[in-house]
Design a protein around this ligand. Structure first.
Ligand code: GLY
Length: 370
């Protein structure tokens, strides 16, 4: 399989996302051109380290690159002040220099935390993303959003800091649990729904085989997703407009994640899938799409075997009013008004602040009864 390369054109902050098999083994040769000296600082988490760290260190040392490693605990609670402090102090203790490269080796949690540490260390040092989950490969490793969580909500403390390079090794997806793979798939199908009906059709045809493990299909899906993200980020790096399209399904998702205490009851990507189905249902109720569109979204999610309804979330959920209140912390709130991503059809999403909250509340009331 040949490597795919997606360029993210952002002037002097431009970089490539390289997607394919064997990239961890080849990490030394891939990263060497951007190093100032043959040394890197890897920050990872213990589950990824158990599976893939040896291969990464061997891949680096094949090119004569030495690595210091910090291994953090896995899980969302690592995106906190505590581990941000630990990471930055470790880098300082190890004498990471301004022109050195830090490698974020893990899923979205590690990518966001390490990216933020790199953004504030010595007022900004370089970092490379080696994303090991599908969600991180298609979304969080690309575009430079970095953050930790606050008790007030997810990702509320952060910065834009673009990586110098992203290496998305398709082979690592083979070590994900089915649930984690499908959670990442929530972000993949989102790209089709928001801006590319042909891609959504392709996913309807190829999604199940991809979930079964077909590597060529996985590479194509990651590449098409990253290309769409790169195009949007190039137009609107700091989310003044179009970039908010990438949040299709996320306003609902964030409320559901808060309602389930960011626990294992609902993974982020599962919340995105449910949120996309709700966003299409809301679009139907507001007269923007026909009834077939939300049905088609839910059917596809059902065929993939992932979550699509509120009833797929185990345990009790708060009532519709409480869920609407939880949406109030969304980063898309401007002047106290929530912005939603709605659709005029599959592949045709748009951002609007013009959504009657009564319609949102009654949608959630009905969804809670299903
Ligand atoms: N995950 C949404 C974005 O990067 O803008």
């Amino acid at each position: 399989m040949t490597l795919s390369v997606v360029h993210v054109p952002l002037g002097d902050r431009s970089y490539d996302v390289r997607i394919g098999s064997g990239l961890i083994d080849a990490a030394g040769a891939e990263i060497a051109p951007i190093l100032n000296r043959p040394k890197v600082f890897i920050v990872t988490e213990s589950q990824v380290a158990d599976l893939h760290l040896e291969a990464l260190i061997a891949g680096l040392s094949a090119s004569g690159i030495e690595a210091d490693v910090l291994t953090l605990p896995p899980g969302e609670s690592t995106k906190s002040w505590q581990y941000l402090t630990q990471t930055t102090e470790w880098l300082l203790e190890k004498k990471a220099e301004r022109r050195d490269v830090v490698i974020a080796f893990g899923g979205g949690v590690i990518g966001d935390l390490v990216g933020f540490a790199a953004a504030i260390m010595r007022r900004g040092i370089s970092f490379v993303q080696i994303p090991t989950s599908l969600l991180a490969q298609v979304d969080s490793s690309v575009g430079g959003k970095t953050a930790i969580n606050s008790p007030f909500g997810k990702n509320l403390i952060g910065a834009f800091h673009q990586p110098r390079l992203v290496l998305a090794d398709i082979d690592v997806l083979g070590t994900l649990t089915k649930r984690d793979f499908l959670a990442g798939y929530g972000e993949v199908q989102k790209y089709g729904l928001l801006g590319d009906a042909t891609f959504f059709e392709w996913l309807e045809a190829n999604g199940p085989a991809m979930a079964q493990g077909d590597k060529a299909l996985r590479q194509e899906a990651v590449t098409r997703s990253v290309q769409m993200k790169a195009d949007i980020v190039a137009r609107d790096e700091t989310e003044q407009g179009d970039r908010a399209l990438l949040n299709l399904g996320h306003t609902f998702c964030h409320a559901l994640e808060a309602a389930t205490d960011y626990s294992d009851r609902l993974l982020h990507g599962e919340g995105v899938s449910i949120g996309c189905a709700l966003a299409f249902e809301l679009s139907y109720r507001l007269g923007l799409v026909s009834q077939e569109e939300p049905s088609r979204v839910r059917e596809h999610l059902a065929r993939m075997g992932t979550k699509k309804n509120l009833s797929d979330i185990p345990g009790d959920l708060p009532d519709a009013e409480a869920l609407v209140a939880l949406m109030g912390q969304d980063k898309k709130v401007i002047d106290g008004k929530l912005r939603f991503i709605l659709a005029r059809g599959i592949g045709d999403a748009f951002v609007t602040a013009d959504v009657p909250m009564d319609a949102v509340k009654s949608l959630l009331e009905d969804a809670l009864k299903l």
